[in-house]
Design a protein around this ligand. Structure first.
Ligand code: NAD
Length: 480
């Protein structure tokens, strides 16, 4: 077996199988074939991983290291990720049919996550509060301890790096459990951490299913922080389990993003981003613009352009350089998305283009749906696939009401050339991020997270610092 067809746990700087020798199959959804196996973590493996990270935190050099030295070690890991960028991208492509160019983009952003937080922790060390009382007060942000990080399969490397990077940059040690659907790239990242010289236990990788591997990790009372990205249903379980030992949680959950195109939008720009927002990564994006609202006055013109652009997307083998859209990440997910698409007709909706592929692939073509009642599951629930449900609107008030009428609140988009309207509507939308005339653009200093069923807490820049540290106030008497 080579190191690219078996993905073990990486614990204490070494790759190891599970204690009981258990494994699971790793699939390529495009070829519909098994191409590797991975270690099936159980409670004993989770306990081993936590013990290792605990030791590394309580006794090891990492939390005690100078900030510059820690930053240098993290930059070394980012260097190695960039050197192995095509290998990492190929693992994500093979593992979930992400078009290779998109996987390369994700790897670059993953390495950048490490670089950003390595530097951020050097520049954002604390605040000084001058006091009129003859005292001097300042804050200190010390590491919180052992972090359990759990990530999903849609951006396998990027979502993991988004958690691991701030956790370790702030001096914590971390166990990352990737999704059972996509163990490959995160395991390689764990191997690279060892190669970069990070002390054993600073980044441990635990492979396996949500239950028992993930649940054992979250329930372990030696864990000080839990950062989770995944579905809202699992997020609630994770929060309840972490609450039993009072570990703070950061939850980045599902979404049902509203995308509003006003009459005065630049149509070319709006169509370009609307396609990107719902069909990138074959629609498997928490931030997807899955509810589209188009102003009545431009509805026919916009929809003609949108349908044509969706139909022009090159679909195929994710390794083909021209491919921009491919199959869904697994058979299980294909079945889930297909059920929603099959329900459209039954609920009285119309499929303008797309639908489930008939050739036996786990593929749902870029799908655009109209005429669905606002109570239909495909309209209300997160499909997490390439299905865009469209409605027209007459007024700003009406569309803000429609956009906010959801349990989710991760993100929204709006397209308008009217500056006042852009600010006014952005402010009224109930969402963690609002994009105006664009999508998916992100500055790592800004807050990221959702309201309602889309999550708890924010990460990014100082928001990550607050979560991954124990802020402390120090008060000194100056005058006696
Ligand atoms: P999921 O909830 O099924 O799984 C996510 C992770 O949790 C996996 O690693 C899984 O093994 C683990 N897990 C499952 N049960 C667990 C348990 N009881 N205890 C601990 N861990 C457990 O989600 P998924 O299908 O992998 O990902 C898709 C979901 O993720 C979508 O809802 C999507 O919107 C969401 N997502 C959100 C964001 C965001 O930033 N808000 C980003 C990407 C994906």
């Amino acid at each position: 077996m080579s190191d690219l067809d078996f993905f073990g746990h990486v614990i204490d700087g070494e790759e190891t199988p599970s204690v009981d020798g258990g494994t699971f199959e790793v699939w390529n959804p495009w070829t519909q074939a098994v191409w590797a196996t991975a270690a099936e973590g159980g409670p004993e493996d989770a306990a081993r991983a936590v013990a290792s990270s605990r030791r590394a935190f309580d006794e090891g050099p990492w939390p005690r290291m100078g900030r510059a030295e820690r930053a240098a070690a993290i930059h070394r890991l980012a260097d190695l990720m960039e050197e192995r960028a095509d290998d990492l991208a190929a693992l994500d492509t093979r593992n979930m049919a992400k078009p290779f160019a998109q996987a390369q983009h994700d790897v670059a952003r993953s390495a950048w996550n490490f670089r950003f937080f390595a530097d951020h922790q050097r520049d954002h060390c604390g605040e000084v509060y001058p006091m009129d009382s003859g005292h001097h007060s300042y804050s200190e942000y010390g590491p919180a301890g052992v972090v359990a990080a759990i990530s999903p399969w849609n951006f396998p490397l990027m979502m993991a790096s988004w958690k691991v990077a701030p956790a370790i940059a702030w001096g914590n040690t971390c166990i990352i459990k990737p999704s059972e659907d996509t163990p490959a790239s995160v395991t390689l990242m764990g191997r690279l951490a060892t190669e970069a010289g990070l002390p054993p236990g600073v980044i441990n990788v635990l492979n396996g299913h949500g239950d028992p591997a993930g649940s054992a990790l979250v329930a372990d009372d030696r864990v000080d922080r839990v950062t989770f990205t995944g579905s809202s249903v699992t997020g609630k379980r994770v929060m309840a389990s972490a609450a039993a030992h009072l570990a703070p949680v950061s939850l980045e959950l599902g979404g049902k993003g509203a995308n509003i195109v006003f009459e005065d939008a630049d149509l070319g720009n709006a169509v370009r981003w609307t396609v990107e927002a719902i069909f990138r990564n074959s629609g498997q994006v928490c931030l997807a613009g899955s509810r589209l609202y188009v102003a009545s006055g431009i509805y026919d013109e916009f929809m003609a352009l949108f349908v044509a652009a969706a139909e022009a997307l090159p679909i195929g083998d994710p390794f083909d350089p021209g491919t921009r859209f491919s199959s869904l990440a697994s058979k299980k997910h294909f079945d889930k998305v297909s059920t929603y698409v099959d329900g459209v007709g039954l609920d009285g909706g119309k499929i303008l283009t797309g639908g489930v592929d008939e050739d036996g692939r786990w593929l749902v073509r870029p799908t655009i749906v109209t005429d669905l009642p606002l109570t239909a599951p495909a309209y209300c629930e997160e499909i997490f696939g390439p299905v865009c449900v469209v409605n027209r609107f007459e007024s700003e008030d009406e569309v803000v009401g429609l956009a906010n009428d959801t349990r989710y609140g991760l993100n929204a988009m709006l397209f308008t050339e009217n500056l006042s309207r852009a600010h006014r509507v952005a402010s009224r939308l109930r969402a963690g991020t609002v994009w105006v005339n664009c999508f998916f653009i992100r500055d790592l200093r800004t807050p990221f997270g959702g309201v309602g069923d889309s999550g708890v807490g924010r990460e990014g820049g100082n928001f990550s610092r607050e979560f991954f540290t124990e802020p402390k106030a120090i008060v000194m008497q100056i005058e006696r």
